[in-house]
Ligand binder design. Sequence first.
Ligand SMILES: [Zn+2]
Length: 124
Amino acid sequence: MHELSIANRIVELVTEHLREAGAARATAITLRIGTLSCVHEDALRFSFDLVREGTPLAAAELRVVTVPVAIWCEACGREVVLPGIQKFACPDCGTPSGDIRAGRELDLESIELAAASHSGEILQ
Ligand SMILES: [Zn+2]
C-alpha cells in the first residue's frame, strides 16, 4: 500500500524534527498534497492512524491541504488552475498544455510542536 510507506516516512521525518527541536511531541501536522500525486487522503489518514501509535505524533492533528493542478498557458502567458484532471488545457482559452506547474506536491508543510519539556532542568 502506497500510502502506508508515505505515512511511515511522515512519522520518521516528524520524529527526527522533534528530536532536533527538543520537543516532546507534535500537536498538528500539515501536508500539501497535489491532485496529481496519486495519494488518496482517506487512505493516507487511515495509514497514518496505524503507524503513529506509540510515537510522538500519536495525538497530532493531521491537516491536509489539497493543491489543484496548474498548467502554464502559452497563449494567456500565465499559470492557470485546472478545474479537474480530465483535460490538460487552459480553462480560459482552451489551449492544450502539458507544462504542469503545480499539483504533484507531497510536502510536509508545517509541524506544530508541543512545548518542550524542561522538567529535567528543573530537577537539577
Ligand atoms: Zn489560456
